[in-house]
Design a protein around this ligand. Structure first.
Ligand code: CU
Length: 153
């Protein structure tokens, strides 16, 4: 008998919670839905129609990872791996580019990535010089992240 009433109570509790959730959801739907046109009108502030649909934030994480890999691999003398990571660095940078509206920052970020790639590809990248380049790129990436966060994606 104890078990049965517990089960019954459980079922009742679930039903109550579910009706509450359903009630909440339906009232929210009618209240808080901005018209789609409003978002498009402020295109210069947000994610413009020209941008690819993906979220650039995970790309910034990939960028950071590639950069750290390049530095690590150059230090370890793993030139082939470093070249792969550097190529990845540039291709990810190119994916972020269309989401950026700041032309000067965009230019600086791309130049920094290409510079690192060129220096790694030359085969005689000096680890400490590369570290300096990586630091300035990291700084540009921070600015880029802030810039991207100022837009709605
Ligand atoms: Cu975008």
């Amino acid at each position: 008998i104890m078990k049965k009433s517990k089960v019954l109570f459980g079922v009742l509790a679930i039903a109550v919670v579910m009706s509450l959730v359903a009630g909440c959801g339906s009232s929210e739907k009618t209240v808080a839905q901005p018209p789609a046109s409003q978002e498009q009108a402020s295109g210069h502030q947000g994610h413009s129609a020209a941008m690819p649909k993906e979220d650039p934030m995970p790309m910034m994480k990939d960028l950071d990872k590639s950069l750290q890999d390049v530095v690590k691999q150059v230090k370890a003398g793993q030139t082939m791996d470093a070249q792969k990571s550097a190529a990845q660095l540039v291709s990810t940078t190119d994916k972020v580019m269309p989401h950026m509206m700041d032309a000067s920052l965009k230019d600086k970020l791309r130049k920094a990535a290409v510079e690192i790639k060129d220096s790694v590809n030359s085969g005689k990248a000096d680890p400490s010089a590369l570290e300096g380049k990586a630091k300035s790129m990291q700084d540009l990436m921070k600015q880029t992240t802030t810039h991207l966060q100022s837009m709605s994606h």
